[in-house]
Write a protein that binds this ligand. Sequence first.
Ligand SMILES: *[C@@H]1O[C@H](CO)[C@@H](O)[C@H](O)[C@H]1NC(C)=O
Ligand SMILES: *[C@@H]1O[C@H](CO)[C@@H](O)[C@H](O)[C@H]1NC(C)=O
Ligand SMILES: *[C@@H]1O[C@H](CO)[C@@H](O)[C@H](O)[C@H]1NC(C)=O
Length: 487
Amino acid sequence: MMASSPSILLLLIYLSSSTLPSLVSPSPPSTDHITISLDQHKPPSSQDPLETLAQVAKSSLARAKHLKKPNPHTSSSSTPLSPQSYGGYSISLRFGTPPQPIPFILDTGSDLVWFPCTHRYLCRDCPKASKPTPSFIPKLSHSSKLIGCRNPKCLWIHSSPDLLSRCDKSCHPPHYNINHNNPKFSNTNTIVRRDTNNCTQLCPPYLVLYGSGSTGGVLLSETLSLPGKSYPDFALGCSLFSSRAPSGIAGFGRGPASLPSQLRLTKFSYCLVSHRFDAANKSSSLDLAISGGTGKTPATAYTKFLPNPTVGNPAFGVYYYLALRRISIGGVQVKIAAKYLSPQPDGNGGVIVDSGTTFTVMEGPVFEPVAREFVKQVENRYKRLRGVEGRVGLSPCFNVSGAKDVTFPKLVLHFKGGADMELPSPNFIAFVGRESDVVCMTVSTVGGDEGEGVSGPAVILGNHLMQNFYVEYDLMNNRFGFRRQVC
Ligand SMILES: *[C@@H]1O[C@H](CO)[C@@H](O)[C@H](O)[C@H]1NC(C)=O
Ligand SMILES: *[C@@H]1O[C@H](CO)[C@@H](O)[C@H](O)[C@H]1NC(C)=O
Ligand SMILES: *[C@@H]1O[C@H](CO)[C@@H](O)[C@H](O)[C@H]1NC(C)=O
């Protein structure tokens, strides 16, 4: 009897585990939110941690420069990021009938959604990946339609005066079905051929220039399949060529072409997994609230989004602006001129939160008082290492060798409405060097030349600052929410 009890126990476990699934009905797909997997991009791992950090600092700065001065010579109102930004996030989305899964970089700093498209897709100066980026193949989809010149969605990527002169007046087809008519997706000339006789004139191709790269193609209407729900007539860019853009980009900004706008999301949210630049890829999930749903895990602190500037660069209309009122370090309030923290009448200045920037980037006049106060509170404990600062592109840096407890003053972002974001030191400090004896503040600065004035947002809050925070973009209530949480 004694010997048989473990086997009875095992049998019970076996029975319950094998019968439970059939007794409990599978949970029905949620009707008010959709969850998709979110992957984090890592820099190519380097032997030297200092070099890795320097790379991240460099890519954060490149991204900031682009966000601050988006290229105005573009036919598109949106300008995506430089996708080499490490620490960014990617999602896989399925477009077409039957669905083809394609990876995208999630970008809250732009609005167009685009993917590498057709077998002929060309990417110049793209990093040689072990496996090539998958391209969407319109010919394999029953639901691919090219968008016509008079389709209102064509205005998402072209300004109206420019477009009116290019669209033939007598022609207003909503769509141009590539399966019934037959322009081969073989080269751009065929696709955009002008045909005024039977209204097959297409929305002129887009060319988007950003930072150091570009992408171009035609606007396509496709079905987007998300778990439990599909969205027909989603408009997105079918890019035929790019340079330095190894992956598609899913614009999550505020423009009409963005994924949240087209799906009429009430909210999207995700948890920012902790950054360990030497660790393997980690994934978390992106939650999309639909049909007025509230999604899951509500934040505990909220601050309203500020209205976007309506002047200056049109790209400013796509960003998420926050009302940051004060920054304090170790309980001491840092003096920052108010004109940097709110967008000014010329559209410049202000604080944005951006999914594609890793290290937070501040305009000189914001960074300097912050760094000065930090140094003041830390320099009597640790020796400053100016030599390292130059090499890593971050400052200030300190030698913490021999210290038993490495501690730093607390950094707090005080947002309007009483929402305080208390940041633990790993969110704004990183260890550099093999011996873990050097630390640097992970905030970069763009040296605005004297008298040149601010261009674009003065502060870009990056995702390193909010690691182990759950963040939500509550679009229905026009507010940004957050909560400390280990992802
Ligand atoms: C449009 O014109 C092209 C070329 O003239 C022709 O092949 C095609 O059948 C026409 N389509 C329609 C819908 O009339
Ligand atoms: C991490 O993700 C990137 C981009 O998705 C990929 O290129 C790389 O191979 C992944 N690395 C590991 C260790 O899985
Ligand atoms: C930090 O200080 C320790 C002890 O003084 C020294 O041995 C080490 O070389 C220093 N590290 C750097 C990077 O300067």
